[in-house]
Design a protein around this ligand. Structure first.
Ligand code: PEP
Ligand code: MG
Length: 888
């Protein structure tokens, strides 16, 4: 049986369709789909991703039957176009492009005008009646092919071109004649010969296979690998290759090329949005070499641009294009990102795909489309990437801030950023990694810059449009970006830029506003985002389908207020130790630690108690009857003592505590492995008076609220680091004894719960024993991950990257739950806990409670709630909704 490696499209039909993305890649599948819809697509064929995988599996050898199938694909194009590949009189020219399952913009290589050689260029000149065009196309081909396939640097070619222009005294390509291009082609070919020691390939078949091989190989280049890592794209997907008849946007004034989004990808506004260039070839728009023109008259007017829009310059073909774009959006039921070419007044569609968009646009498009009836509310909820909500929760420039505008470019990626300017991606990467806020300033960016772009807080480019590389990549990552800031003159040698005579040196601080395109001097005041409008609408829909409750980890009043503002339904973890560090309390805490006996400790604790009670009154008041889980003291006591000798001396001096005693106690408390030492409930077992004070403060606070007539809290008192049923029994007895005494003193009815964190493998395995005395479990997956792997959560940073780079860990297990190992312990604990105490309340309060993939796991195991940091609450609400929808 032979494998099928090639699928053709064009001429009003196709062998594939949009559902075949895995096999044909996104581009190939959608070209096939558009073709079947009867849209004008240049005929072509797709070599499958399986062929790419086979190529790598067989040690970079093509499958045996691929050549014959490719020949069939070429014959298919020849039949439709009535041209012949390699024929000197009537040559077929093709483009060769990569196309993976997920779009990887600019990550891989493309070759255009393939099939041109010394003979076919003459045919093209005759056929087009435009010798200048033919030789311009040939030199473009030599340049692209030499770069992508033969590995030559494009600077060599740029130099030749610049020399020519200098000699002729012209500065634009359009001033060059056919003769000029002919001479340049000859020099380009000499350059190839000189560099490689062999001539530029003239055989179209050799050219074709060279390009196919280059696309396959580009799947493994550094850019592609980095992009895959950033976006969790598996290497095993492979890339397809699309070979397609060329259409030319550079055949005169009725030809053009452009890119468009069916809605605005920055704001989500429902209006056709994009750019085009008259008399240009596709890559010119994306590369940002010429600044493109608007598609619509409205957009042109808004930009204050004098050059005509496509709507004005090419009205008939624009009307046709507008209809096609609308039809594609309805067909795919999502905002489309399309590429097109107009060849002498005739429209050709070269690509469609779901458009990348900012979080703000994603929200607006989803909410609008649900309103238009194009998608359901549930689909709208499912479409928003929870992690991308982060972008919306980021600051923008305060409307009342003083704006000292240095330069203005295009609003390429919204949001604001402040940082020090640097001029190379290497500097951005290095300084960004060191934690500095960096703004990367470039003429334009290319895929080689992505690491530096990723490390930057914001990006400025002097050239390029809204769909330039910088703009597309920055929007995808939610990094504010101003592109095409043409007033900025960059001096790479002296590492500065100047605007109208004023110089800004490397390291100077600027602010960029990616929503207006402004670059501002200095650091400008920011404001927090608004959580209304589309955001609120989507959250309501998410809440309608979500089963998991979402709580926040919060201990300060500010955290608690933020959490509620973001929609938290309670506090899942209040870490009480944070309350002890306050400057008014730390002295009493230290006194307690230094006390020689229980009586001394009780005396010090009595001084802390009123503060502690006041904390809880405030928290309960803010939470208005919502559940609040309070964890009793957890860290080892030495954390409350000063660390260095100078600090010790200073503390002794300011508190009047005995310095020798402080020193001795600090030494006594020193542990070689404090994370596994005298911490968690072990403190409560050694020093029950500490936990008694805390329980008393909690219950007294709750009684006070209940008495005042406000909604009575139901405190959930939580014990950390419990590992054994007998520990839990001791702690439950201590808690109940203390709480009941307070309730009796206060004379009010009050409910409370006593429970435990699950942070140790033993606790998970013996969850049944714990559940006898625990009314709830909260999975402390920070410690549970640490204790399951035996990897210190504080030191893992030193080597985790090695594990990730070597493919041993797919992700950092402290960020995204290790569902196999730690997850299994959670499953076991949930099952055994429920068996011992049916209906036991289960939640998670480790960092994983705010991670979408981990939240999906919590839904699967049937936990009752997740708890995460206040800023992640909206992300968790959306992720929980999506997890519920995925189960349907
Ligand atoms: C945990 O261990 O997951 C937890 C929430 O507690 P902490 O991070 O305070 O140790
Ligand atoms: Mg813990």
């Amino acid at each position: 049986m032979t494998n099928r490696w090639v699928y053709s499209f064009g001429g009003g039909g196709a062998e594939g369709d949009a559902s075949m993305k895995n096999l044909l890649g996104g581009k190939g599948a959608n070209l096939a789909e558009m073709s079947s819809l009867g849209l004008p697509v240049p005929p072509g064929f797709t070599i499958t991703t399986e062929a790419c995988n086979s190529y790598y599996a067989e040690g970079r050898q093509y499958p045996a039957d691929l050549a014959a199938q490719v020949a069939g694909g070429i014959a298919h194009i020849e039949k439709i176009t009535q041209k012949t590949f390699g024929d000197a009189a009537n040559p077929l020219l093709v483009s060769v492009r990569s196309g993976a399952r997920a779009s990887m913009p600019g990550m891989m290589d493309t070759v255009l005008n393939l099939g041109l050689n010394d003979a076919t260029v003459e045919g093209l000149a005759r056929l087009s009646g435009d010798r200048r065009f033919a030789f311009d196309s040939y030199r473009r081909f030599i340049q692209m092919y030499s770069n992508v396939v033969l590995g030559l640097d494009h600077h060599a070619f740029e130099e030749i071109l610049d020399d020519h222009k200098d000699r002729l005294g012209v500065d634009v390509d359009t001033a060059l004649t056919a003769k000029d291009w002919e001479a340049i082609v000859a020099e380009y070919k000499q350059a190839v010969d000189r560099e490689l020691g062999k001539p530029f390939p003239q055989d179209p078949q050799e050219q074709l296979w060279g390009a196919v091989g280059a696309v396959f190989q580009s799947w493994m280049n550094d850019r592609a690998k980095f992009y895959r890592r950033m976006h969790d794209i598996p290497e095993s997907w492979g890339t397809a290759v699309n070979i397609q008849s060329m259409v030319f946007g550079n055949l005169g004034e009725t030809s053009a090329t452009g890119v468009a989004f069916t809605r605005n990808p920055s704001t989500g506004e429902a209006a056709l949005y994009g750019e085009f260039l008259i008399n240009a070839q596709g890559e010119d728009v994306v590369a940002g070499i010429r600044t493109p023109q608007s598609l619509t008259k409205a957009a042109r007017e808004e930009m204050g641009d004098r050059n005509p829009s496509m709507e004005e310059a090419l009205p008939t073909v624009f009307a046709e294009f507008r209809d096609v774009a609308a039809r594609l959006e309805r067909h795919y039921r999502d905002m489309q990102d399309v590429e097109f070419t107009v060849e002498q007044g005739r429209l050709w569609m070269l690509q469609t795909r779901n458009g990348k968009r900012t979080a703000k646009a994603a929200l607006k498009v989803a909410v609008d489309m649900a309103g238009e009836g194009l998608i359901s509310k549930e689909e709208a909820v499912a479409r928003i990437d929870p992690a991308a909500l982060d972008q919306l929760l980021h600051p923008t420039i305060s409307p009342d801030a003083v704006r000292s505008v240095i330069a203005k470019g295009l609003p390429a990626s919204p949001g604001a950023a402040v940082g020090a300017i640097v001029f190379s991606s290497e500097d951005a990467e290095r300084r960004g990694a060191a934690g500095e806020a960096i703004i990367l300033v470039r003429h334009e960016t290319s895929p080689e810059d992505i690491k530096g772009m990723h490390a930057a807080r914001g990006i400025i480019t002097a050239r390029g449009g809204m769909t330039s590389h910088a703009a597309v990549v920055a929007r995808g990552w939610g990094i504010p970006c101003v592109s095409g800031a043409g007033d900025i003159a960059i001096d790479l040698k002296n590492r500065n830029f100047s605007v109208r005579g004023k110089v800004f040196n490397e390291g100077e601080t600027v602010t960029i506003d990616g929503s207006t395109g402004e670059v501002l001097a200095g650091s400008v005041k920011m404001i927090e985002p608004e959580l209304t409008g589309d955001f609120a609408a989507l959250m309501v829909w998410a809440d309608e389908v979500r089963r998991l409750k979402v709580r926040a980890n919060a201990e300060t009043p500010l955290d608690a207020k933020t959490a509620r503002q973001f929609g938290a339904e309670g506090i899942g973890l209040c870490r009480t130790e944070h309350m002890f560090f306050d400057e008014h309390r730390i002295a009493a805490v230290r006194e307690m630690i230094l006390a020689d006996d229980e009586a001394g400790r009780r005396a010090a604790l009595a001084r802390i108690a009123p503060f502690q009670k006041a904390d809880f009154v405030e928290l309960f008041t803010i939470m208005e009857g919502l559940p609040v889980t309070i964890r009793l003291l957890d860290p080892p006591l030495h954390e409350f003592l000063p660390h260095s000798e100078e600090d010790l001396a200073a503390v002794a001096e300011s508190t009047g505590l005995d310095p020798a005693k402080l020193m001795r106690r600090a030494r006594e408390l020193h542990e070689s492995n404090p994370m596994l030492g005298h911490r968690g409930c072990r403190l409560g077992i050694s020093f029950p008076e500490i936990y008694e004070m805390q329980v008393r403060a909690i219950i007294e606070a709750a009684c006070e609220i209940a008495k005042s007539g406000k909604p009575a809290p139901v405190p959930e008192i939580m014990h950390p680091l419990v590992g054994k049923g007998t520990e839990m029994k001791f702690l439950k007895d201590l808690t109940d004894r203390t709480a009941k005494a307070v309730i009796a003193e206060q004379g009010v009815a009050l409910e409370y719960l006593v429970g435990t964190m699950i942070e140790l493998p033993r606790a998970a395995i013996r969850a049944g024993d714990l559940a006898e005395n625990a009314e709830f479990f909260s999975f402390g997956t920070n410690d549970l991950t640490q204790t399951t792997f035996g990897i210190s959560r504080d030191d893992a940073g030193k080597f985790l990257n090695d594990y990730i780079e070597k493919g041993i860990f797919e992700k950092d297990p402290f960020v995204s739950l290790d569902q196999e190992g730690v997850g299994d312990l959670i499953r076991i604990a949930a099952e055994r806990g429920r068996a011992a105490r049916p209906g036991i309340k289960l939640g998670i309060c480790g960092e994983h409670g705010g991670d979408p993939a981990s939240i999906a796991f919590c839904e699967e195991v049937g936990l009752d709630y997740v708890s995460c940091s206040p800023f992640r609450v909206p992300i968790a609400r959306l992720a929980a909704a999506q997890a519920a929808l995925a189960k349907k």
